[in-house]
Design a protein around this ligand. Structure first.
Ligand SMILES: Cc1cc2nc3c(=O)[nH]c(=O)nc-3n(C[C@H](O)[C@H](O)[C@H](O)COP(=O)(O)O)c2cc1C
Length: 136
């Protein structure tokens, strides 16, 4: 099992319709692939955490990295994990956020996770909260 986290920028001309299509596909595919985590879309940036079986996560990241819908992909974390941070989040389903009003649930979950004995939780929580702080 592994977790991968990255940040990127919208490609020029990416429309609302493109994003809606992307969200629809991401939700559908990640369910099939048993990929958990989140995708935050804010201020023309993407921030994503992917958790899943090692080979699946690596292959998915390879595809994502070369996707023309975004540029400047920077990997922030790539680490083996013993269990999923987002296993119990959103009924175990991948989630895509675009609005801050949707993020209360995430913060509540993070507060709860901070007490869990789970290695990269602190780092993933810090990366996510930093992204959100810088993209209000
Ligand atoms: C910002 C961003 C995030 C993405 N996240 C995922 C994802 O979580 N899961 C996924 O299957 N595809 C994701 N994709 C789409 C992949 O890059 C790729 O288009 C998709 O997996 C289709 O692959 P296929 O051609 O093998 O069907 C994302 C693309 C972008 C631009």
């Amino acid at each position: 099992m592994k977790a991968i986290c990255y940040i990127s920028n919208f490609s020029k001309g990416l429309s609302k319709n493109d994003i809606d299509k992307l969200i629809y596909n991401v939700n559908k595919k990640n369910k099939i692939q048993d990929v958990t985590g989140l995708l935050i879309i804010k201020n023309k940036h993407f921030f994503q955490i992917l958790e899943g079986e090692e080979e699946k996560a690596d292959n998915l990241y390879k595809k994502i990295k070369t996707d023309s819908r975004h540029t400047g992909v920077i990997k922030l974390l790539d680490t083996k994990i013993e269990g999923r941070l987002f296993k119990d989040y959103n009924s175990g389903e991948f989630e895509v956020f675009q609005k801050f009003s949707d993020m209360k649930k995430l913060y509540l979950y993070f507060n709860w996770m901070k007490n869990a004995d789970y290695m990269p939780a602190d780092e993933l929580i810090e990366l996510t909260t930093n992204f959100l702080k810088n993209n209000k």
